[in-house]
Design a binder for this molecule. Sequence first.
Ligand SMILES: [Zn+2]
Length: 134
Amino acid sequence: MLLISCPNCGPRDETEFHYGGQAHIAYPENPNDLSDREWAEYLFYRENTKGTFAERWVHSTGCRQWFNMLRDTVSYEIHSIYAMGQPRPDITASSPKAAPEKPGEFTQSGAYGQAGEPGLAPGTATAPTTSEGV
Ligand SMILES: [Zn+2]
């Protein structure tokens, strides 16, 4: 179970939130100029990053506000939570295992409840990574 720090309400249980997909997907400037394929890619094609990923979340049973989160899709570590419209924070300067800003916001015991999800089984971290990186 993740403990997610809502920017408005503070730390709350993961069950109060809904995932909103990849963050920073800009609406096309001239949608009428796009081919069907380009439009379909805008609508449906998203990155499937293994590692640090920028995503949108909404505090659906709380303040009902959207925000962005930088989260590791392997370890579930939350690197950063920031407002919609803000650029993705650069976390490359810090170690990937850097502690959360506020201790106790995220616990490793969270992985316990997600073991059944695909790609999260122990040992998958040793699988080869793509050449794209993050
Ligand atoms: Zn909230």
